[in-house]
Design a binder for this molecule. Structure first.
Ligand code: ADP
Ligand code: MG
Ligand code: MG
Length: 875
């Protein structure tokens, strides 16, 4: 039998998302629940992939199956596509596996042509409606399928409205719309040199192909990259019988969430427009009514709507985001999906659904995306400063958060300013999908038009960016790049602040304060901690970072980098003196000056961490980072060392390296200059003994040797460390337990892990270097190269951000499997950037590491990712 590409809604269900896309699978599920869903069929994501890979053509098989499905649909509908008297109209809708709101394209009212539009007018006795539908269809088809910009049509429509004195499109008469239709067809003809296609079958196939191609449009690329959606997934196409919200005052269209997507409150949040179609609500053509108004306008429809919405939430056991249309008093559901929500809302909904008995704590843990927690870990307004500030005006609290920055009026300028280091607030009349990169670069988004479900609001919530929408008091002058609010005029570059939780707008730069984990967040994180088997540590170099991480739930430090401890002004000079020394004695003398500082730094960290484990890495960066650069620095150094500037420069030239990242760094420094390792080991251990005594606690330091590739290298440095530590114990008259281990970051170390494990008491995978060296791709130069690779679909994601399980992961797995038999109690962790990336955390769980370590702000993310890994792959 040939492959099945096309499924009637009645043949699918919610579990078939991969094949039918989210929209198609849920339309099928709703159909099977007996809900009022217009009939239709879905062309699978597999067809999309084959289309895009196979020379952008629909195969005969696909076309045949579409024909058969269309026949069935016509039978269900009781009318035929292109029928001159009673035409069937359909929508052609995109729908990927993961929802990508507003990113891809949809065509409505397909099947209209110069003949069938007249039939529709007669049949419905409503020519206004028929021509309203036709002009919309021409515009959408031209835009989506042919690529004639929508704005060409919109501009002419605005001009026409002005000519006849119509404020809204609802003020246009049937005659007007007939004229608009003619104008639109002329625009099409002028642009394309041929008439608007009249054959409905051709319209249908062309539209389906356009949806497949829309998977390839630039904004879809950007969205996928931001949301880790692989290109290979493809989109499905849904062909669905039209129902009409634009048939008059007893018709309308709307969108609703079963709970508040901004706060999580259990209250229906919805908006609708009378006598409107499709995107009108989201696009902000007119300001919509709140759903509560429907109870007054059409009480029966409202009751039915509430009943179905609640039924859907109970069925999916999650907050639903729904689209509906009312056609002459009859309600239809056009879409449902698990709604996008802010992190705060996600936590509140998860916790409350557990309290309501709708879901278990395990289910709740899977409801929140770990990455989303990031939104909650960032600063909020300083309450005192906020109180003192005076609000200039108020919009809708579309996406919470505190944002302060400079005003920019276009997405491009916002992006450029953010890249130049500014905090940016993007101010727009309304946003559109083209604005996505500018929105992502902004601290906050402010729009003049559009409701709680407008494009700006939905996208901002998805990104976790603060957004205040629909502030109609704003007088915008787009040409002059200014706006006026509360009697004050703002130009590009002026500061404003937005409070996304209240909708308040302030004309100043309000300071912010650190976030805290309390309330639902705390409850939820406790569930995560109870579940996970991976421990979560942090990478912290200072007592302050250590404290932030503890507040965020870190259980220890997986990496303290010691290099920053050398960079303070007086220390770096001493260190330079050390590098430029000619004898061991000179070097030791120079280092002696640094040791007390290091010891104090370590004491601060131990004190913050109490008895929690602390891994300290010996000096790692290449020597060249410490070299004097300017004439002034050379002169200063000459004064300190008694050497001439000329001598120092010769010495510096001698130390110059062509490729420092693979040069004199890590354990190689300790091999050349054992004094450095000695000084550091002494500082680490003296600090540990002293804090143990002062605080009456028991510290077990973990000393980590970086960049090992060969067992003898490790032995050499370890011996220096052990000898030094023993001397400290003798001098102090007190012994502590301690561990000496290594980073696994050079492929050779991973490959010879069984040997390395004979000396190393712990491994910490340094996946930044391990990735760099496995790919042979310098981290410092990777940016440009990787973006080309990702654009050309050679890499799906950036391996420096998300662990490459296939290659780098294989080395890690190998190392774990080799090391364990040699040293069964070996302690295993990861301290690369990947330690805070959920997908990478899951991999660490799978290969049996003991802990992940990440930056303080990612600790809660790693805690949740670890819990989700345990839920899905118990170990
Ligand atoms: P998106 O994924 O961008 O939301 P949709 O495919 O959901 O795109 O469609 C865009 C708009 O058109 C939505 O408001 C939807 O409800 C409406 N729509 C889609 N198909 C139909 C239909 N068959 N009848 C009436 N309205 C429709
Ligand atoms: Mg939709
Ligand atoms: Mg490294």
């Amino acid at each position: 039998m040939s492959k099945k590409y096309v499924y009637m809604f009645s043949e699918g269900n919610a579990s078939m998302k991969n094949l039918l896309g989210g929209k198609g699978a849920n339309l099928a599920e709703m159909t099977n629940l007996g809900l009022p869903v217009p009939h239709g069929f879905t062309i699978s994501t597999e067809a999309c992939t084959e289309y895009n890979e196979g020379g952008k053509k629909l195969t005969d098989e696909m076309i045949e199956q579409i024909d058969v499905a269309l026949g069935k649909l016509e039978e269900l509908a009781g009318k035929k596509l292109g029928d001159p008297e009673n035409p069937l109209l359909v929508s052609v809708r995109s729908g990927a596996r993961a929802s990508m709101p507003g990113m891809m394209d949809t065509v409505l009212n397909l099947g209209l042509n110069d003949v069938s539009v007249e039939g529709l007018a007669k049949k419905t006795d409503n020519p206004r409606f028929a021509y309203d539908s036709y002009r919309r269809f021409i515009m959408m088809f031209a835009d989506v399928v042919i690529g004639v910009s929508k704005s060409k049509f919109e501009r002419r429509l605005d001009e026409y409205k002005e000519e006849v004195g119509a404020k809204y499109d609802t003020d246009l008469t049937a005659e007007d719309l007939k004229k608009v239709t003619a104008i639109f067809k002329q625009i099409y003809l002028d642009d394309q040199g041929k008439d608007f296609p009249q054959d409905p079958k051709e319209q249908l196939l062309e539209a389906a192909m356009a949806v497949f191609r829309s998977w390839d449009n630039p904004r879809a690329f950007v969205y996928r990259r931001m949301n880790d959606i692989p290109y290979s997934w493809g989109t499905a196409v849904n062909v669905q019988m039209m129902v009409f919200g634009n048939m008059g005052d007893t018709s309308g269209t709307g969108v609703a969430f079963t709970r508040n997507a901004a706060t999580g409150e259990k209250a229906m949040l919805g908006e609708y427009l009378v006598n409107a179609q499709g995107e009108d609500v989201v696009a902000g053509v007119r300001t919509p009514n709140p759903i509560a108004k429907l109870a007054e306008d059409m009480p029966n429809v409202y009751d039915q709507f509430m009943e179905i919405a609640n039924k859907l939430e109970n069925h999916y056991k999650d907050m639903q985001d729904m689209e509906f249309t009312i056609e002459e008093g009859k309600l239809f559901f056009l879409q449902t999906r698990n709604g996008k929500r802010t992190a705060n809302a996600a936590l509140r909904i998860a916790v409350e659904m557990v309290e309501e008995g709708l879901i278990t704590t395990d289910e709740a843990l899977m409801r929140v995306e770990p990455k989303q927690l990031d939104q909650l870990l960032h600063p909020a307004f300083d309450q005192a400063a906020l109180k003192a500030a005076k609000s200039l005006g108020k919009g809708l609290p579309a996406s919470p958060g505190a944002a302060a920055g400079k005003v920019y009026f276009t997405a491009e300028e916002a992006k450029a300013a953010a890249e130049a280091g500014d905090r940016v607030i993007l101010v727009r009349l309304e946003t559109s999908p083209e604005d996505i990169e500018g929105m992502a670069a902004s601290q906050g988004i402010l729009t003049v038009r559009g409701g709680m479900t407008s494009h700006a609001a939905v996208v901002a919530r998805g990104m976790g960016t603060c957004c205040v929408s629909g502030c109609e008091e704003i007088k915008m002058n787009e040409d002059a790049k200014t706006f006026t609010l509360g009697g004050k005029t703002f130009a590009e570059g002026d500061y404003i602040s937005l409070d996304g939780s209240t909708g308040n707008i302030y004309g100043e730069d309000i300071p912010t304060v650190e976030a805290e984990i309390t309330g639902n967040f705390e409850t939820f994180m406790k569930w995560a901690d109870a579940k996970r088997s991976l421990k979560v540590r942090t990478n912290a170099d200072t007592p302050h970072d250590a404290q932030v991480a503890i507040d965020f739930g870190a259980e220890g430090i997986g990496l303290t980098r010691t290099e920053h401890m050398f960079f303070e002004a007086d220390r770096i000079m001493k260190f330079r003196k050390m590098i430029m020394s000619d004898t061991v004695e000179e070097r030791e003398a120079a280092l002696e000056g640094i040791e007390p500082f290091q010891k104090e730094d370590f004491k601060g960290i131990y004190k913050a961490m109490k008895e929690r484990p602390v891994t300290i890495r010996l000096l790692d960066p290449p020597l060249h980072e410490f070299m004097p650069n300017t004439e002034e620095e050379f002169a200063q150094l000459a004064e300190m060392t008694g050497k001439t500037v000329e001598e120092l420069k010769i010495k510096a030239r001698g130390l110059h390296e062509l490729n420092p990242m693979m040069g004199h760094r890590g354990c190689r420094l300790a091999v050349s200059y054992p004094e450095i390792a000695k000084m550091q080991a002494k500082a680490i251990m003296e600090a540990a003994v002293e804090v143990s005594e002062e605080e009456g606690i028991n510290i077990v330091p973990e000393i980590m040797i970086p960049l090992i590739g060969e067992i003898k290298e490790l032995k050499f440095v370890k011996n220096i460390v052990v000898e030094t530590v023993e001397k400290v114990f003798e001098a102090k008259g007190r012994k502590l337990d301690y561990l000496v281990g290594t980073m696994i970051e050079i492929p050779r170390a991973a490959l010879t892990a069984d040997e390395i494990a004979t000396e190393a008491e712990f491994f910490s995978f340094g996946t930044n270097d391990l990735t760099q060296m496995t790919f042979g791709l310098s981290r410092d130069d990777a940016g440009k190269i990787l973006s080309d690779y990702i654009d050309k679909n050679i890499y799906e994601v950036d391996p420096t951000a998300r662990l490459d399980r296939t290659g780098v992961g294989l080395l890690m797995k190998w190392a774990v499997e080799k090391a364990k038999p040699v040293r069964p109690d070996i302690h295993l962790g990861i301290c690369g950037e990947h330690g805070g990336d959920p997908y990478s955390v899951e991999f660490c769980h799978l290969i049996g590491l003991d802990y992940v370590s990440c930056s303080p702000y990612r600790v809660p993310i790693a805690r949740l990712a670890a819990a989700q890994a345990q839920l899905q792959f118990p170990r």
